[in-house]
Write a protein that binds this ligand. Structure first.
Ligand SMILES: [Zn+2]
Ligand SMILES: [Zn+2]
Length: 377
């Protein structure tokens, strides 16, 4: 008797074939849920993980940091110890912050005509990428560089080549490099979007994108303070680098005038761009999170008075129509500089400072009283 299970024509169903488990499609991170991501550049002084708590206390849900001192060439090892990086990543996950943006060192100049400086810059940029990956950063914002007399076309080629060399052998994971547009101060490359486009086109093999700084844009001569000016600028950005590649906006007001080519950031609503125009930018249908989920708006505003940082974060939430109840909770009275400022004023109360100016008090606490008496005369 024939086994009923063995049939002459066993239909072979492709579905029966053994196939390994499909690679799971990674679920997008929570910060790409289409909500507004508002952040601020936070200090890493003391402890790099402390920057995360600063962002949370300021009422931000995204942040930017330096991953090392921004105005010094690092000495010795520049890698972050894995235990510290793991603690950083865990704290970030616990606080639900994202995206995490890292800004590169100001000294790096991949376009430098000085060979030693350029080699040093490539090494430093390589270290930037390594540290960004170890911290689990989403974006590494880089200033293009300064041509220092070289033709712009050559500078662009050097920058692209430098970035490619710096990226050699690094597994990027989810990291993307963003080229920031500049005000065009000095011989800075990148004040024209065609220049930024040139860099991107020369590095098509790396995960790249753009960071658009509102102050730099304005200072470079694009009138984003007016409605027509903003439309024209967005059209130009679309035609050159493409708006879909602008993953981060630096939201800064400008101390200097349209086209000044002088890079001076100002608090939101106190500069030449103004609150209304910045609101128009944040809410623009081509720039808001509806156009690109997870696009972040990061402040790099000065802290002239303690609390300016917290007030600027609040200002952005207000501009996008999120009231205090619905925005991430800021800690009342918190500021990044509060502690330092307080200590300073405690050491030198106003009277004593005035006395010092008149020369009544030279030094030391002991003379304070006599100094005061003399100063009163
Ligand atoms: Zn920058
Ligand atoms: Zn910027």
């Amino acid at each position: 008797m024939a086994d009923p299970l063995i049939r002459a024509e066993l239909p072979y169903d492709l579905e029966d074939e053994y196939r390994p488990e499909p690679v799971p499609v990674p679920t997008p991170p929570a910060w790409q849920d289409g909500s507004y991501r508002i952040g601020i550049h936070c200090s890493i002084a003391g402890d790099i993980a402390g920057s995360l708590d600063i962002a949370a206390k300021l009422g931000a849900n995204a942040l930017q940091i330096f991953s090392a001192s921004p105005r010094m060439w690092p000495r010795g090892g520049t890698r972050i110890a894995e235990a510290d990086a793991a603690r950083f990543r865990a704290r970030r996950a616990a606080l639900g912050l994202g995206p995490l943006v890292i800004h590169d060192n100001y000294l790096i100049n991949l376009a430098s005509p000085d060979r030693v400086m350029r080699a040093r810059s490539i090494q430093a940029f390589h270290d930037e990428i390594v540290r960004a990956v170890s911290l689990g950063a989403d974006f590494l914002v880089a200033h293009p560089g300064a041509a220092m007399g070289a033709p712009v076309g050559q500078a662009i080629a050097e920058i692209a080549d430098g970035m490619r060399q710096a990226a050699r052998g690094v597994k990027f994971g989810g990291l993307r490099i963003l080229v920031e547009n500049t005000s065009g101060m000095g011989s800075a490359v990148g004040s024209r979007f065609e220049e930024v486009q040139g860099i991107l086109e020369a590095i098509a093999d790396l995960p790249m994108g753009v960071c658009l700084d509102t102050a730099h844009t304005f200072e470079a001569g694009f009138d984003i303070g007016s409605e027509e000016g903003l439309e024209k600028t967005l059209d130009l950005v679309e035609r050159t680098v493409g708006l879909g590649r602008v993953f981060v906006l630096h939201v800064n007001d400008s101390k200097t005038a349209l086209g000044s080519r002088v890079d001076r950031h100002e608090n939101i609503g106190f500069g030449k761009i103004g609150r209304k125009a910045l609101g128009r930018i944040l809410n623009h249908p081509r720039l808001g999170p509806g156009a690109l989920a997870g696009r972040a708006f990061i402040l790099e505003t000065p802290i002239d008075r303690a609390g300016d940082d917290r007030r600027n974060v609040r200002a952005l939430w207000e501009l996008v129509g999120v009231d205090e109840e619905h925005a991430p909770k800021a800690e009342a009275g918190f500021s990044m500089v509060r502690g330092e400022r307080k200590a300073l004023t405690q050491r030198t109360p106003r009277t004593q400072r005035a006395q010092r100016k008149t020369g009544a008090v030279r030094k030391g606490k002991g003379r304070g009283k006599t100094g005061k008496k003399r100063a009163k005369k």
